[in-house]
Design a protein around this ligand. Structure first.
Ligand SMILES: [Zn+2]
Length: 444
C-alpha cells in the first residue's frame, strides 16, 4: 500500500493512566476512540477538588494535555496548543462505554461531529443530560464507516450498559479494540465472541485494556467476586439482616441493579433510593424505547426517600426496605438511623452491600469513607463483580486473539499486560506510529 495511505495511530495519552485517547487515521479521515480524560484522583491537575472552569472545560483540559488537540473537535473552538492536528476533514468519535475515562469529553464535542456508540451507551449519555446533535447509535454487530475505514461494533462485558469494542478494516490492515472488559462477569460469552470475530478477521493489531496488569487495581483478597459469589453474598446478607440493610450501587449497571432488586423483593424488601437517583433512573426509563433491552433486564420501579409516605414507612419498619447508601448521603443516613433509634442503644452493625465507589485506597476519598463506615456502624459487605479482567485473563485473551502486534492502551503496568512471546508496542504519550502490512510498524 502506498505510504501516504497507510493508517496511522496517534496515542495522545500513551498507555499510562486510565484515559483512552487514540486516533486512527488514513489521509484526512480519522476516528478518535475513546473520548475520556485521564483518571488520576490523587495526583492529576484535575480531580474532585480542582475542576476545569464551567463552560471552558475543553480549553482547560487542552492546556494540561488531558484532551486531544484536534481542530474542529470541540464546541466553541477553544484555542489549541502548538502541534495540534489541523488537517482532518472527516472526523468522528467512538466511545466504548460511559465511564468518564472513556467519555468525559462527550459534553464538549463540537456539534456535527458524529459520535458512534451502542444505543445503550447513548441512552446513558442522554439520561445524564449530555446533549449532542450527531449521536450515531450502532447496535452490537452493526457497522459504520469513516472515509475508507470500516468499523464493526462488538459488544463486551464490563458493567455499565452497552460496553463495546470494535473491529476495523483499514486498507489491508485489521485492527481490534476491546474497550474495558472482563471475562468473569455475567456475559463471558461476549468475550468468547469478541475473540472469534478477531480470529476470523486475522487481526494485525489488538489494542486492549489491561487495568489490572501487575495487580495495581486488583481488589483485596475476598473482594473479587464471580457472578455466583455475588448471588451467594447477597442472599447470605439478606438472611442475616434483621433491621436496616443498605446498598451502594452503580445506577448505570442496570443488569446488576435488577438482579439485586429481584433478590431483595424475594426476601420481602423494596429498594428505596435518594431523590437524585430516582430522577436518574426515571430519565433512563423515559428513554427505554430507544434500546432493545428486554424488560426483564431493566430495573424494577424504585421507591424514593423523597416521598413522605415512603420515608414514614421506612421509619416505622426499616426491615421491609433496602436503603441506597453512598458517600454523598451518609449524613442523611445518620439522620434516618437516629430518628428510628431515638438515641437508644444500637443493635449491632448494619450490613452495607457495597457495589459502588469508592473502590479502594487508590481513591482520594477512601479514608473519609472508612471514617463514615465506623461512624454509622456500617458492616461493609464488598459486592462488586470487578469490571476489569485480572492479568491472567488479559494474557489469555491476547494469546487467543493471536494478533501480529499487541498494544495495551489502558494499563498502569503495560509491560506486564502483554504475555511473553507476543510482539508488542507500549506507546508513550504523544507517540505516532504507521501501520505497515503484516503488523509491522514505523515510529513517526
Ligand atoms: Zn476504563
Amino acid at each position: 500500500m502506498p505510504q501516504a495511505l497507510a493508517p496511522t495511530l496517534h496515542f495522545f495519552q500513551g498507555t499510562h493512566g486510565l484515559g483512552v485517547q487514540v486516533l486512527l487515521r488514513v489521509g484526512t479521515s480519522g476516528l478518535l476512540f475513546d473520548f475520556g480524560t485521564p483518571y488520576e484522583p490523587t495526583r492529576g491537575p484535575f480531580n474532585a477538588f480542582v475542576r476545569p472552569r464551567a463552560g471552558r472545560e475543553a480549553e482547560d483540559l487542552l492546556r494540561v494535555g488531558w484532551a486531544p488537540p484536534i481542530a474542529g473537535l470541540y464546541a466553541g473552538n477553544p484555542v489549541l496548543p502548538d502541534g495540534a492536528l489541523h488537517d482532518l476533514e472527516n472526523l468522528a468519535v467512538f466511545t466504548s462505554h460511559h465511564d468518564l475515562d472513556h467519555s468525559a469529553l462527550v459534553p464538549h464535542l463540537s456539534p456535527g461531529v458524529p459520535l458512534y456508540a451502542t444505543p445503550e451507551t447513548i441512552r446513558s449519555y442522554r439520561a445524564m443530560g449530555w446533549r449532542h446533535d450527531a449521536y450515531q447509535p450502532v447496535e452490537a454487530g452493526g457497522s459504520f464507516r469513516v472515509g475508507d475505514m470500516a468499523f464493526t461494533v462488538v459488544e463486551v462485558d464490563h458493567g455499565p450498559l452497552g460496553a463495546a469494542g470494535f473491529l476495523a478494516r483499514v486498507g489491508e490492515a485489521t485492527i481490534a479494540y476491546t474497550g474495558d472488559w472482563r471475562w468473569h462477569g455475567a456475559h463471558p460469552e461476549r468475550i468468547d465472541a469478541f475473540i472469534e470475530v478477531c480470529r476470523d478477521a486475522d487481526v494485525d493489531v489488538l489494542l486492549f485494556e489491561a487495568n489490572r496488569a501487575g495487580g495495581h487495581y486488583d481488589p483485596p483478597p475476598g473482594e473479587d467476586l464471580s457472578q455466583e459469589g455475588w448471588c451467594e453474598r447477597v442472599d447470605a446478607t439478606l438472611d442475616r439482616a434483621d433491621g436496616w440493610l443498605v446498598y451502594g450501587f452503580d445506577p448505570r449497571d442496570h443488569a446488576a441493579l435488577r438482579a439485586a432488586q429481584d433478590r431483595f423483593e424475594a426476601a420481602g424488601r423494596r429498594l428505596v433510593v435518594h431523590a437524585d437517583t430516582a430522577e436518574l433512573l426515571a430519565r433512563y426509563d423515559a428513554l427505554a424505547a430507544e434500546v432493545a433491552t428486554p424488560a426483564a433486564l431493566q430495573p424494577r420501579p424504585v421507591l424514593s426517600l423523597h416521598d413522605p409516605g415512603v420515608r414514614d414507612a421506612v421509619l416505622r419498619d426499616p426491615s421491609r426496605f433496602v436503603i441506597e447508601a453512598r458517600m454523598e448521603v451518609f449524613p442523611e443516613l445518620q439522620h434516618l438511623f437516629e430518628e428510628v433509634e431515638h438515641g437508644g442503644a444500637r443493635r449491632g452493625a448494619r450490613p452495607f452491600l457495597h457495589a459502588g465507589g469508592p473502590f479502594g485506597s487508590f481513591e482520594a476519598s477512601w479514608a473519609t469513607f472508612q471514617g463514615w463506615l465506623e461512624r454509622l456502624s456500617l458492616d461493609r459487605v464488598p459486592l462488586s463483580v470487578n469490571g476489569h479482567a485480572p492479568e491472567a485473563d488479559v494474557h489469555r485473551l491476547v494469546r487467543a486473539v493471536a494478533p501480529r502486534l499487541a498494544i495495551p492502551v489502558h494499563s498502569p503496568d503495560p509491560a506486564r499486560a502483554v504475555p511473553e512471546g507476543v510482539a508488542r508496542f507500549l506507546p508513550q504519550r504523544g507517540d505516532v506510529i504507521r501501520l505497515e502490512p503484516g503488523g509491522v510498524i514505523t515510529h513517526l
